[in-house]
Design a protein around this ligand. Structure first.
Ligand code: SF4
Ligand code: SF4
Length: 319
């Protein structure tokens, strides 16, 4: 079964229960139509103070929308709220750790580093799957091995890092430096292979590293898209009531639920273009086209062209 993922930032819409109900029913219909297993990520700091949050989680579960993840609300977590999340059926909570205490507090405010780890402890105590994600920049990338090791010590369930969404030239690692970081993190992960933490490799450029070092299995020689960028395939981002193909691609698709989700998914020109490997002109000729395609959001943030090669892909650099 294919997993489809909807990330929703409710914003002011969180006070509108009728809207939330309509949205979830529409999403449920969409998933049933395509035979997707529909997951939901709820995003935002204010979620935990929303009185209808337990109702929303229970209602999602009753529609078999699962897993349900909360993101971006760790600093507001209390023991009572952690228990409520566990009892209503939240499966995962993601906590951002963006470096050492110094760097994390620099990005997120004084004291937020320690409150993030406190939140992870509370979540573990109530049995919710914990995820830590780091946004990696030129400033904090040397902190990643220590964060991974601390996650292992704290028995965090899942650790991964990603490049930050709105990239600019100033925080962009050079492609060769990013490759070195992946090699280093691969070593770190192997040294901790016995620990409970699962170390993710969600950045598609891991595939390039494994391909060039002979560690990937053989590539299929056909036209199927096997994996890589999920935008256009199995992901929507909903900002209040505006749909986007991904949280980081600023291309509004439609208002929802005013528009039919199946129609938007199937026929919107942006969704159709994102599903076509040939659209990715910067990746032309790459044997990993149907497995990677880099991150078009990062390409777009870099020079306004999502079809261009990922700004941190080192493949052409080495040719
Ligand atoms: S655009 Fe980037 S962040 Fe969004 S789904 Fe594709 S690879 Fe992931
Ligand atoms: S050229 Fe494109 S598909 Fe190939 S490795 Fe780079 S980003 Fe991935």
């Amino acid at each position: 079964m294919i997993h489809f993922h909807l990330t929703w930032f409710p914003g002011n819409k969180k006070n509108d229960w009728a809207y939330a109900e309509r949205l979830l029913r529409g999403y449920h219909r969409f998933c049933r139509y395509y035979g997707f297993q529909g997951g939901l990520t709820l995003l935002g700091e204010e979620l935990l103070s929303w009185p209808r949050l337990p109702d929303l989680i229970r209602f999602s579960r009753s529609l078999a929308i699962h897993p349900i993840r909360l993101d971006g609300c760790a600093t507001a977590l209390t023991p009572a709220k952690a228990l409520m999340l566990a009892r209503t059926g939240v499966t995962n909570v993601r906590v951002t750790i963006d470096g050492s205490a110094r760097w994390h507090d620099h990005y997120h405010g004084l004291g937020s580093y320690s409150s993030s780890w406190d939140a992870l402890r509370l979540l573990r105590e109530v049995g919710i799957t914990t995820e830590v994600l780091s946004n990696v920049t030129v400033d904090n990338y040397t902190c990643l091995p220590d964060i991974a090791a601390t996650c292992a010590d704290w028995r965090v369930d899942h650790y991964d890092f990603q490049r930050p969404g709105p990239l600019s030239q100033s925080n962009l690692m050079a492609p060769s430096a990013y490759r070195q970081l992946l090699i280093r993190m691969d070593q770190v992960y192997h040294e901790m292979v016995e620990c409970q933490t699962v170390f993710g490799r969600s950045d598609h450029l891991w595939k390039l590293l494994y391909y060039e070092t002979g560690r990937s299995s053989s590539l299929a020689d056909d036209q199927w898209v096997y994996c890589g960028c999920a935008a256009g395939h199995h992901r929507f981002y909903l900002d209040e009531s505006t749909l986007y193909p991904c949280r980081y691609l600023p291309f509004p698709l439609a208002q929802w639920p005013q528009n039919d989700l199946i129609h938007v998914f199937r026929h919107h020109p942006t969704m159709m273009a994102l599903r076509q490997p040939a659209s990715f002109t910067g990746c032309r000729g790459c044997p990993l086209l149907n497995y990677c395609r880099g991150c078009p959001a990062r390409s777009y943030a870099f020079d306004g062209q999502w079809q261009e090669r990922d700004p941190q892909c080192w493949r052409m650099e080495q040719n």
